[in-house]
Design a protein around this ligand. Structure first.
Ligand SMILES: NC(=O)C1=CN([C@@H]2O[C@H](COP(=O)(O)OP(=O)(O)OC[C@H]3O[C@@H](n4cnc5c(N)ncnc54)[C@H](O)[C@@H]3O)[C@@H](O)[C@H]2O)C=CC1
Ligand SMILES: CC(C)CC(=O)C(=O)O
Ligand SMILES: [Mg+2]
Length: 368
């Protein structure tokens, strides 16, 4: 049987730096566990714009549709900030999400014991934290029409449109309920039903899916602004949070800091099953291209490494191997290794991106 196929799109800024560490892990699986992948690589984001004049070439899009899973680093950077919206690096990523129909974005926020002291919140607030944010990824205000900057009278007006259909809400709600069944059986749905009609529909549809299909899962609803407050007050009250594209983007960056750093948070973007039974899937760290530290060997590769662990679990049914990677990360953190983002003002000597990656690879030998 052919090896499972992976398309690596490392992207811009720190994307290629953190992805280099994932490639070491893929190499380890081939050499030590006889789990080999057919890996191909291509361009997305600013680097694709530089070469092709578009942030995602049609050929790259076609490859992404064919492989078993896509691994993405990050896109964007100041060099591209002034480009027209239609060719901005971020549009390459949005196109992948939309055309692969990756509607459920799983963003787990887990606080490793070794980092519980490091969070900007008190230790007892974050120690043992394990929550899953499910963000709707293919609709909402990032995609709604009309959009643009128009002229009205003698001034400009910027427009984006929040739009959700019932079926878009129902399918991501199902993903959240299914995940909750395998966890602590609780879902909290977040929107702004007090001020947005799309929020009213969101709340109604999530409740309907619950009542008809998942009555045994505990469901609560919260306004997203209050949700942000509760996530910092007592995040352990949550198990699975389901929310829209924009709120999920914000709340997951916030949740990242509960774990210590944005450099720690992985994600899986999943769609419907393909002919081979695997879901359409793209795995990427939650963080961006971090231009402020790019090219300096300072980036934390753990979010990208844990995203590959999610690929092992959700695309390749290799849950034990995913746990092996997660335990290896846990071990290097317990051993005291820290990239610069995981160090406080008192300092210390951080390890580089590649030193962190090498340590995780070494820990894989004994992590299970
Ligand atoms: N999925 C993606 O490709 C995303 C791309 N972006 C793009 O990235 C560019 C920069 O955006 P920002 O708002 O600065 O967000 P960012 O996530 O790139 O960086 C925010 C802060 O977190 C730090 N940081 C992020 N990842 C880190 C890591 N792995 N290790 C250590 N520190 C890390 C950065 O140094 C920076 O101080 C923009 O062009 C933005 O559009 C932003 C978010 C997601
Ligand atoms: C298209 C991305 C740059 C938006 C974002 O911040 C994210 O998806 O986390
Ligand atoms: Mg974001």
């Amino acid at each position: 049987m052919a090896n499972p196929s992976l398309l690596i799109l490392a992207g811009d800024g720190i994307g290629p730096e953190v992805m280099a560490e994932v490639k070491k892990i893929i190499g380890w699986f081939g050499a030590k566990r006889d789990i080999a992948f057919d890996v191909s690589e291509d361009l997305v984001g600013g680097c694709a714009y530089d070469k092709h004049g578009t942030p995602l070439a049609d050929e790259t899009m076609a490859k992404a549709q064919e492989v078993d899973a896509v691994l993405l680093g990050a896109v964007g950077g100041p060099k591209y900030d002034k480009l027209d919206f239609s060719v901005k690096p971020e549009r390459g990523l949005l196109r992948l999400r939309k055309e692969m129909d990756l509607y459920a974005n799983l963003r787990p926020a887990q606080c490793f014991d070794a980092l519980a002291d490091f969070s900007s919140l008190k230790k007892d607030v974050v120690a043992g934290l394990d929550i899953m944010i499910v963000r709707e990824l293919t609709s909402g205000v990032y995609f709604g029409e009309p959009r643009g900057i128009f002229t009205e009278g003698n001034e400009r007006v910027g427009i984006n449109t929040q739009r959700y259909t019932e079926s878009e809400i129902a399918r991501v709600a199902r993903s959240a309920f299914e995940l909750a069944k395998r966890r602590d059986n609780k879902v909290c749905s977040m929107e702004k039903a007090n001020v947005m009609e799309s929020g009213v529909l969101w709340r109604e549809v999530v409740q309907e899916v619950h009542d008809k299909e998942y009555p045994d899962v505990e469901l609560s609803h919260m306004y997203a602004d209050a949700g942000a407050m509760q996530l910092t007050r007592w995040p352990k009250q949550f198990d699975v949070i389901v929310t829209d594209n924009l709120f999920g983007d914000l709340l997951s960056d916030l949740a990242a800091m509960l774990t210590g750093s944005l450099g720690m948070l992985p994600s899986a973007s999943l769609g419907a099953p393909m002919a081979n039974g695997r879901p359409k899937a793209l795995y990427e760290p939650v963080h961006g291209s971090a231009p402020d530290i790019a090219g300096q060997g300072k980036a934390n590769p753990i979010a990208c490494i844990l995203s590959f662990a999610m690929a092992l679990r959700y695309s390749f049914d290799l849950g034990d191997e995913a746990t092996r990677v997660e335990k290896a990360v846990e071990k290097v953190l317990a051993d005291g290794l820290r990239t610069a983002d995981l160090m406080g003002p008192e300092g210390g000597k951080p390890v580089s991106t590649s030193e962190m990656g090498d340590a995780v690879v070494k820990a894989l030998d004994t992590s299970l």
